[in-house]
Design a protein around this ligand. Structure first.
Ligand SMILES: Cc1cc2nc3c(=O)[nH]c(=O)nc-3n(C[C@H](O)[C@H](O)[C@H](O)COP(=O)(O)OP(=O)(O)OC[C@H]3O[C@@H](n4cnc5c(N)ncnc54)[C@H](O)[C@@H]3O)c2cc1C
Length: 439
């Protein structure tokens, strides 16, 4: 229908059909439709209202010459506009043909944010996310999503600080927008308390979160179990909303989503030029990395809308985080435990422990229980690797092992991974990009 209308447009307004075009009238018509469907349809609605042949107003002889000169000027402007649009279209097509093909394995918070950063910052790359599971079936969906990183002694503090700072700034800007609750983001204030004071009384992220301070004695009375504590305002980013939003943002940037399990990186040889590995705990089987292990976490979500502040035990063993539509209670930290089913004895222990800090929880009712496996490693793996096999080489970028801080670090590590992809792409530009699959 639209194509027919477009043809009518070109016949009615012949100055817009470029004679001698290699693509011919039909090709041009398609080009015009794809560039301006609304303009084409809208313009023709006006013509359709006037009948098959658009009627023109009748002008007197005195102003006929003026009319002709105006029409010529309009024709010249339209022709110029169309030439410039056509040039842009051809340039875009040329760019697409020459794109570096990037596959991101994983659709958790790390994979999707990495894919968005690549798609939005590297126009020379096309991005496809390949994942066995998408939201709501990832570990990221189970995360409470509070922005509060755990210190990793084996990772330079400056690096952790940068990742957290970048993530905080990104989520902060979402929190300022009208869409914040739809995206699962909100500010949250509360107390982080310790039974024994921590070694570092002031954490490295104290000046990144807002209004950080050490709790005074009067506040500590609120928690008889604690001897020390911090109060601060941070952000919470609930992945049940945030991941679908990232998926949309990726699609808007031209990226693609594909369901599938990758059992060997070489399956992707020839189909993609750079592979970005964001497979969370899946990276253990995929890379053979025995330094990566799961730390099982079980949570509850309850209805307790009267709770407005978070309470978190400094070691992360117990937490109460009021989210947008529920309060998240946790949790467990069971190393090397691959069980994905809800354990009723864990449920009981979590609820009891949280009630000890917030007795009013006894009035709440349970909405959801879930389990996730934190992909844990002494040092998060964010680096390039080149695999070689039978004269072929494969460019990899690893971004996994975020442990209990994946939401807190995701945007910072995604930006750094995108930079590594850019470096690999620059290297590949000197080599033939398109190869035949070996499988
Ligand atoms: C109970 C709990 C509470 C938490 N709370 C917080 C918190 O408050 N704040 C915070 O910062 N962090 C928190 N975390 C940690 C956070 O959830 C993780 O660090 C984060 O989700 C890791 O994200 P990811 O994208 O690396 O992994 P995942 O979310 O597990 O995603 C991995 C993706 O890779 C895919 N995949 C794996 N293997 C393959 C394969 N072979 N082929 C194709 N696809 C594959 C999976 O299908 C999935 O799409 C919490 C974790 C848990 C369990």
């Amino acid at each position: 229908m639209l194509r027919g209308l477009s043809l009518f447009w070109e016949i009615s307004v012949p100055q817009l059909a470029v004679p001698g075009s290699a693509t011919g009238l039909g090709g041009r018509s398609l080009l015009w439709e794809s560039l301006y469907p609304s303009l084409t349809a809208g313009s023709l609605t006006a013509c359709k209202g006037a009948g098959a042949k658009p009627t023109r107003p009748h002008f007197g002889v005195a102003n006929a010459q003026e009319q002709q000169s105006g029409r010529n000027k309009e024709k010249a402007q339209q022709s110029e506009l169309k030439d410039s649009l056509e040039r842009k279209q051809l340039e875009a097509a040329a760019r697409t043909m020459n794109k570096i093909r990037v596959a991101v394995i994983g659709a958790g918070v790390v994979g999707l944010s990495t894919a968005v950063c690549i798609a939005e910052s590297l126009p020379g790359c096309s991005v496809t996310v390949i994942a066995e599971k998408f939201s709501p079936h990832t570990t990221s969906n189970v995360a409470a999503g509070i922005l509060s990183p755990h210190f990793s002694p084996e990772t330079p503090v400056e690096r952790q600080k940068r990742w957290f700072e970048d993530t905080f700034a990104h989520i902060f800007s979402i929190a300022q927008s009208a869409e914040a609750p739809d995206i699962g983001v909100q500010f949250l204030s509360g107390w982080e308390i310790f039974e024994e004071p921590p070694k570092e009384r002031i954490p490295f992220w104290s000046n990144i979160v807002l209004a950080f301070r050490v709790m005074n004695d009067a506040e500590l009375k609120r928690f008889p179990q604690a001897t020390f504590g911090w109060m601060y305002t941070t952000l919470i980013c609930e992945c049940t909303n945030y991941l679908p939003w990232l998926e949309k943002r990726l699609l808007n940037a031209g990226g693609q989503l594909q369901t599938g399990k990758v059992t060997d990186f070489w399956e992707l040889d020839g189909k993609y030029d750079i592979i970005v590995n964001c497979s969370g705990t899946g990276a253990r089987a995929l890379t053979g990395d025995t330094k990566l292990y799961p730390v099982r976490g079980q949570i509850h979500k309850v209805h307790a809308p009267w709770l407005k502040h978070f309470v978190r035990l400094g070691n992360g063993a117990i937490y109460i985080y009021p989210g947008i539509s529920s309060v998240i209670l946790g949790g467990t930290r069971q190393r090397d435990d691959w069980r994905m089913s809800v354990d009723p004895s864990d449920s009981e222990a979590i609820f009891e422990a949280c009630c000890a800090y917030e007795p009013s929880l006894k009035l709440s009712h349970k909405l959801f229980e879930g389990v996730g496996l934190r992909p844990t490693r002494a040092v998060l793996r964010l680096e390039k690797e080149k695999l070689k096999r039978g004269g072929r080489q494969m460019h990899l970028v690893h971004n996994y092992g975020h442990g209990g801080a994946g939401v807190s670090f995701h945007w910072g590590t995604a930006k750094e991974a995108a930079q590594l992809v850019q470096e690999s792409a620059a290297e590949i530009r000197g080599q033939p990009i398109y190869t035949k699959s070996r499988l």
